[in-house]
Design a protein around this ligand. Structure first.
Ligand code: ASP
Length: 449
């Protein structure tokens, strides 16, 4: 049994949905098809999920969202017409969306999730109807009935362990199942979504639950590339990656596959295959538990903007027992998740995601640290980018850091932070956002040039 997940661009219009049908038909083992909401048809287009978020925001702000609702319905109407599907289906989704919008708005995040999730839900209903109309019997599966149980964290939910045995029963169903990605239900029956791009996570959970032979992730690129092709157009395609390599690469900017989606597949040992809906003949990238590697082999370089650093100094910090714990406890109490914590003797720093630390939050947190930890100096620096150099072959290899730092020097990039050794298979560098692309080019030249 295979689980095949299709991203938004693969479902953006009728032509794309027909490609998905051909792929499903080509292999009878593709029994579970996980779908995203319709994505962009062109560069200027808007994803259905973003249209839905606008609906929720308008409703929360003014109690009205007719215009926004009209745009969502129009997207599905285009697909319905092009595919020749029943107008009843369109009427049903419009009615459903109106009901969702009229729902309880007291908890803004839960309300937003119930609207956001509609894109995947309608997409799955449309795909099931389209497949059946074209002769491949397919059934829409409700995540509620199937047991996609998630934690009570709107917009950031995680699967509960007890979901797995329930979802495993999908194995006993007949025919092709169309499962909407991106959302599930809390134990109290509320709709909650994964983080953005989370249909990848749904697919991985299902693949793990049914013990699929492979989890196929269909997207709009031929494979995973050694570096972002927007930075290096001729970037080398990667044929084989380990889970660990994929996790580390997708942590910092490898947008092809959601970083959290690796976890369920790892636990169940299900290989992942990234493929292109628009060119099924392309080799794709396989992500597996182990792979042969050569010493020194760097497999990929990823990079991401959007980090900031909280610097702290206090004389004799190194002798103060519990300083680190108390610092991290403040962050915990303030609901801030920290990414890294490189430290010195009388100073320490914590790297956070920029978007978490609003200006008001920064002021408050800095005030607390000042007061509770008696720090001599505290500074927040925005605009940090992280760069990861990743490869199984990096363990025990001498001279890799020298090669990387030499490349930074050649590219004229100042290294703000360096973390080598925490992970056996990667090195991490922090640079100013303005230097990120130049740094990546220099590193690519050094390791792949
Ligand atoms: N539609 C959702 C998003 O745009 C989830 C997904 O496509 O994976 O984030």
């Amino acid at each position: 049994m295979k689980v095949a997940k299709f991203g938004g661009t693969s479902l953006a219009d009728a032509g794309q949905i027909m490609k998905v049908l051909e792929i499903a038909k080509a292999d009878a083992d593709r029994r579970i098809i996980v779908v995203s909401a319709p994505g962009k048809r062109s560069k200027e287009d808007i994803k259905v999920t973003d249209l839905l978020i606008s609906c929720a925001q308008a409703m929360l702000k003014s109690g009205k969202a007719d215009e926004e609702l009209g745009r969502v319905v129009a997207r599905f109407a285009d697909i319905q017409k092009e595919l020749g599907l029943s107008v009843h289906l369109l009427a049903e989704i419009e009615k459903d969306l109106r009901e969702r919008l009229a729902g309880d708005r007291t908890h803004a995040a839960l309300f937003t999730d119930s609207i956001k999730a509609a894109g995947e839900d309608y997409s799955a209903r449309f795909v099931a109807a389209a497949f059946t109309a074209k002769g491949l019997k397919a059934e829409y599966v409700s995540p509620r009935d199937a047991g996609m149980l998630l934690s009570d964290e709107p917009g950031n939910a995680q699967v509960l362990d007890e979901a797995y045995p329930k979802l495993a029963k999908l194995r006993d169903r007949q025919g092709v199942m169309i499962f909407p990605g991106f959302f599930g239900y809390t134990k109290k029956g509320k709709v909650v979504t994964f983080p953005r791009g989370g249909s990848d996570i749904t697919g991985a959970i299902l693949a793990a639950a049914v013990k699929a032979d492979v989890y196929e992730n269909f997207t709009d690129v031929d494979s995973v590339y050694a570096v972002d092709p927007r930075i290096i157009p001729e970037a080398k395609a990667i044929e084989l990656l380990t889970y660990r390599e994929m996790r580390e690469l997708s942590y910092a900017g490898f947008g092809v596959f959601h970083d959290e989606a690796v976890v369920p597949a790892v636990k169940a040992g299900v290989p992942i295959c990234i493929k292109n809906t628009n060119r099924e003949s392309a080799h794709g990238t396989m992500i597996v538990p182990e792979r042969p590697y050569t010493a020194g082999g760097v497999v990929g370089i990823s990079s991401s903007d959007g980090f900031c650093t909280l610097f702290l100094s206090k004389y004799l910090m190194n002798r103060e027992i519990g300083f680190g714990r108390r610092l991290l406890q403040i962050l915990e109490e303030e609901g801030l998740s920290y990414e890294h914590a490189p430290s010195g003797i009388d100073n320490t720093s914590v790297i956070l995601r920029n978007d978490q630390l609003t200006d008001a939050k920064e002021k408050h947190v800095v005030g607390r640290i000042q007061k509770e930890l008696n720090a001599d100096d505290i500074e927040v620096e925005r605009g940090l980018a992280l760069i990861m150099v990743v490869g199984e072959g990096m363990r025990y290899t001498v001279g890799l850091a020298a090669k990387a730092t030499h490349a930074f020097a050649e590219g004229g990039v100042n290294i703000e932070m360096m973390n080598q050794g925490s992970s056996e298979i990667s090195m991490m560098f922090g640079v100013k956002e303005v230097d990120r692309k130049r740094a990546v080019k220099a590193l690519y030249g050094a390791f792949f040039g």
